[in-house]
Every structure is written in structure tokens, then in C-alpha cells.
Design a binder for this molecule. Structure first.
Ligand code: NAD
Length: 481
């Protein structure tokens, strides 16, 4: 036998230790050729004042082993603590979050018996940068950042995944009818990359109707690729439709590292009761075995698990009188899977996996032509309370030569000139100041404009420059502008 593959494990919080023990007992009984090295993450680490939730020394272990099986953890609310899940995904460059969600009808009751989709969620960008500010007493802001390389990598991954796994269609979901620039970029990159995959059907859904369709007609979807927040939400919806959030595992894949987990959280409401369903983490572990080239063991575990479900041995949250036969706790479920190792399901389709190492090497990013970027104005944000016309009267005399105050908006809606009296104005305002002859402006002109405004006593809280790229507007217009 070859040397065992070293993997890092973390038992996590809440139901984490229970489902990890159950999962590891099944892997051991199935003959997984792995050796585990444990790190401590989550609540206890946070409570020692480490705001990242992970000790510095644990990173060395993660780096050495490159493969991580992680139970869910509890992220403390507030207090400057950062989500450890997000930190690990971003620090180790785990850009792709792959979440297969399928129904197990007729074995598990579900409104959607024909569902079999894989959600490929972008894992590093979007609102999960956690870049947030309070600039006025009455407002709070989160930065949504979408990049071309980030979008290209996840979209390419989704198409390659589809090809490698015999799937026929990739659906992109975004909200580019509203976020025309950020989500527009994601959609545009989807169209560009998709054009290279003639053999795969492509489509795009606006995320709201897309989510509704997942709930009403999930059989329509095959592989879905989407941004971080949308992916987080739709994968919980999809998992719940299969019968329980406890039934889906996920793989977080990067160029050098991979982390495997359940999609659900630490379920503090049922922790310590021995009733949690270990299936999500177990299916994460199955994906891990495939990734490290132990496809045969992965299939053995997966088929025994399917047979257990098929035999009606169910944890409480999926147990239904009549349809289920025996209600078990976490350990009882693990024992039942172990007893069925070597067996295959008969009503559900048995699975098989290749024994070559998983992972995927993607081609280098597409070269992009350098664009001509020109500064043509600036948006200056103010903390101010009053009426739009009063603000315009204060600002107009302060405008520098060569610039013009084009519009004032509040929460993205134009309120000057010719605003609607009905528009509610909060304490965060935006002045859009642009070159008055459509020519580029220089930074020093903008800085001197900012100084003039602050020297007048107005509270400028932020500025955002307005650029064109090859002459194309690089900012969104205010509603009504
Ligand atoms: P949750 O997923 O932990 O629980 C949601 C509901 O599903 C609860 O009713 C829970 O009892 C049930 N549930 C979840 N997993 C189950 C299982 N395996 N078996 C049976 N029932 C199960 O979501 P939450 O309550 O919103 O979050 C709890 C904590 O988990 C929070 O601190 C959150 O930040 C954290 N969280 C962690 C991760 C992670 O570590 N990857 C992911 C999501 C949430």
C-alpha cells in the first residue's frame, strides 16, 4: 500500500465534533488511506482574543498538508471577529466552491424529485471581502468587488467541471439588470469564456427568477455558476429542497489547496444532542477522497451511504413516518453506513469515481488589451442633513474652474437639479462633479476641489473618481440622472 495521504482536520464547533467523529469512523472502516493532523479553529480560538479564529501555527499545518477536511464553526457576532471560513478560503486561494445538490427520491421525500445540479460559487470576491464602513450616523456601506480575473477563473472552472463530469449545460446567474457594471462584468466574462465551449449549452438568468426556478423547476439546471453571495443563498435553497441542509457537502478548490466541508453551519440549536446528520460532511469527505485519487474508497462510502438512506435509516430532520424505517442519531447513522460498506443502492443510482487524482489545471488567464483610462470627474460624498436645493446653494459657489456640479443624489437617486419632492433623503449625499468641457481632469484639480468643500465646513466622507475606459463610462448614473 502507498503511504497514507496526510490531511488536516478540524472538529469545529456546535455539531462539528459529532459529525467529524462519525465521518472519520466511516472513512477508517472503508479503508481510506489517510493520516489526519488536527488543528483547532473557531470559538475557543476566538475566545482567546484571536480575531481570525485560527492560531498562526495552524497555517503551517494547512500549508504542509494542502488538503483540509473541516467541520463547521461558529462565527461570533460583532466584536471585530472575522469569519474564519472566509479567511481560509481567501488566504489559501480557494476560488471555487463546488456544491452538488441532488434529490434522493423516492427514498427521501422532496417536492422536487428530479433535481441534480452542481452549484459552482465564486469564493473570494463580491461582498465577502467584508469591506464595510459607517460614514454617517444613519448609514452603513459594504463594498461589492467583482474582478475580471476572479470572474474568469470561476467561470472557466465551471465549464471545465461540466466537461470533465459529463454535464451539458452551464447557467450563469447575476443581477446585471441592476448592477450593470459589477454584475455586468461577470455576465460579460461568462459570454466571452462560454464562447470557447461549443459542446456545452449556455444560458443566463437574473438571480431572482433563477432562484425561484431552482425552487419550482430545479430539473432545468445542470451546472450553475454565480457570484459569492448568490451562490451562498441558492446552495442553501437547493440543499433544503433535497430534504435537508444536512445533506450537501462542498469542495473549496484552489490551484494548490483544497478544503472540504458540509454546506451547513454549526447548528448550535441541536449541538451535543447526538442527533445531527453527518451526511453533509461525509459527502464533503467523499469529494476529498476523489480529489486525492482514492476514487474507489470514495465510491464505496458514497454507495454505502445511498444504501443507508434507501434502507430507510434516517436522522431526525429527514425522518418521515411511513417513508422512513428507523430513526437514528449521528453515531447510529455512521454505524449503519459502516455496516453497508461494500453494498450498492438498488433504487437510487450507484456511483463510481476514477482513481486518478482530482483537481484541475486551468489555462492561464486570457490576455486583455490595455485600455485608455481617463479621469473625467469625481463623486464627493457628504454627511449632511437638509434639503437638496440648500445643499446645491452651498456647493455651487465652491466649484473649481473647469469643473461643474452635474448632479446631487441621495442613495443613488437624483435629487438636484429637478429632483422629486417625494424622494426621501438620508444623511449621506453624493455630489457628482465633472469636467465642464468633457476633457480629462487632473488629480490636483480634484484634490483642490475636495479641499475647497471641506474648508467650507461640509463633511466630505469619501470620494470616488470617475474614469472612462477607451471612452466608455466607468460609473453608473444616478436614478433619474
Ligand atoms: P446552520 O446551517 O448551522 O443551521 C440551520 C438549521 O439547519 C438549524 O435548524 C440546524 O439545526 C439545521 N441543521 C444544520 N445542519 C444540520 C445537520 N447536519 N443535521 C440536522 N440539522 C441541521 O445555520 P445557522 O444556524 O444560521 O448558523 C449557525 C452558525 O454556523 C453561525 O455561527 C454561522 O456563522 C455558522 N456557519 C458556519 C459555516 C461553516 O463553518 N462553513 C457555514 C454556515 C454557517
Amino acid at each position: 500500500m502507498t503511504n497514507p495521504v496526510s490531511i488536516t482536520i478540524a472538529r469545529g464547533n456546535g455539531i462539528g465534533p459529532e459529525i467529524m467523529d462519525a465521518t472519520l469512523s466511516i472513512l477508517a472502516a472503508a479503508g481510506a488511506n489517510i493520516k489526519t493532523e488536527e488543528i483547532e479553529i473557531g470559538e475557543d480560538v476566538y475566545s482567546r482574543g484571536i480575531t481570525t479564529g485560527i492560531e498562526a501555527s495552524s497555517w503551517d499545518i494547512l500549508r504542509k498538508n494542502k488538503v483540509f477536511l473541516k467541520a463547521p464553526i461558529t462565527t461570533p457576532q460583532g466584536g471585530g471577529f472575522k469569519s474564519l471560513n472566509v479567511t481560509i478560503r481567501k488566504s489559501l486561494g480557494l476560488f471555487a466552491n463546488v456544491r452538488p445538490c441532488r434529490s434522493y427520491a423516492p427514498v427521501l421525500e422532496t417536492l422536487q424529485p428530479k433535481m441534480d445540479m452542481v452549484i459552482v460559487r465564486e469564493n473570494e470576491e463580491d461582498l465577502y471581502g467584508g469591506v464595510e464602513y459607517r460614514q454617517t450616523q444613519g448609514s452603513a456601506a459594504s463594498l461589492k468587488l467583482i474582478t475580471r480575473p476572479g470572474s474568469e477563473r470561476i467561470i472557466r472552472y465551471a465549464f471545465e467541471y461540466a466537461r470533465k463530469n459529463g454535464r451539458n449545460k452551464v447557467t450563469c446567474m447575476s443581477k446585471d439588470n441592476i448592477m450593470k457594471i459589477a454584475d455586468g462584468l461577470f455576465h460579460k466574462v461568462f459570454d466571452e469564456i462560454g464562447a470557447e465551449y461549443d459542446d456545452i449549452e449556455k444560458e443566463h438568468f437574473i438571480i431572482d427568477i433563477g432562484s425561484a426556478r431552482i425552487a419550482s423547476r430545479p430539473e432545468h439546471f445542470d451546472v450553475i455558476v454565480t457570484e459569492n453571495l448568490y451562490g451562498d443563498i441558492i446552495s442553501d435553497i437547493a440543499a433544503e429542497i433535497t430534504g435537508s441542509v444536512g445533506l450537501c457537502g462542498s469542495a473549496n478548490i484552489g490551484a494548490d489547496f483544497a478544503m472540504f466541508e458540509a454546506i451547513h453551519g454549526s447548528a448550535p440549536d441541536i449541538a451535543g444532542q447526538g442527533i445531527a446528520n453527518p451526511s453533509g460532511l461525509l459527502l464533503g469527505a467523499v469529494m476529498m477522497l476523489v480529489h486525492i485519487g482514492q476514487g474507489e474508497v470514495a465510491a464505496k462510502v458514497h454507495n454505502a451511504w445511498l444504501k443507508t438512506l434507501e434502507d430507510g435509516i434516517h436522522t431526525g430532520e429527514i425522518f418521515r413516518d411511513g417513508a422512513s424505517k428507523k430513526k437514528v442519531g449521528t453515531d447510529g447513522f455512521a454505524k449503519a453506513v459502516i455496516e453497508r460498506l461494500g453494498q450498492e443502492p438498488s433504487k437510487l443510482n450507484a456511483v463510481s469515481y476514477p482513481s486518478t487524482k482530482g483537481g484541475m489545471s486551468l489555462p492561464p488567464l486570457k490576455e486583455v488589451k490595455a485600455q485608455k483610462k481617463e479621469l473625467v470627474g469625481t463623486d464627493i460624498y457628504l454627511d449632511w442633513v437638509g434639503k437638496p436645493d440648500e445643499l446645491a446653494d452651498k456647493v455651487l459657489p465652491l466649484i473649481e474652474d473647469g469643473l461643474k456640479l452635474e448632479v446631487i443624489d441621495n442613495r443613488g437617486t437624483k435629487v438636484w437639479p429637478d429632483g422629486m419632492p417625494e424622494t426621501y433623503c438620508c444623511d449621506q449625499w453624493r455630489l457628482r462633479i465633472k469636467s465642464n468641457d468633457a476633457q480629462p481632469v487632473f488629480h490636483d484639480r480634484i484634490i483642490s476641489q475636495l479641499s475647497k468643500i471641506t474648508q467650507s465646513g461640509l463633511d466630505a466622507i469619501k470620494m470616488e473618481n470617475l474614469y472612462t475606459f477607451d471612452g466608455e463610462r466607468g460609473w453608473s448614473k444616478a436614478q433619474g440622472e
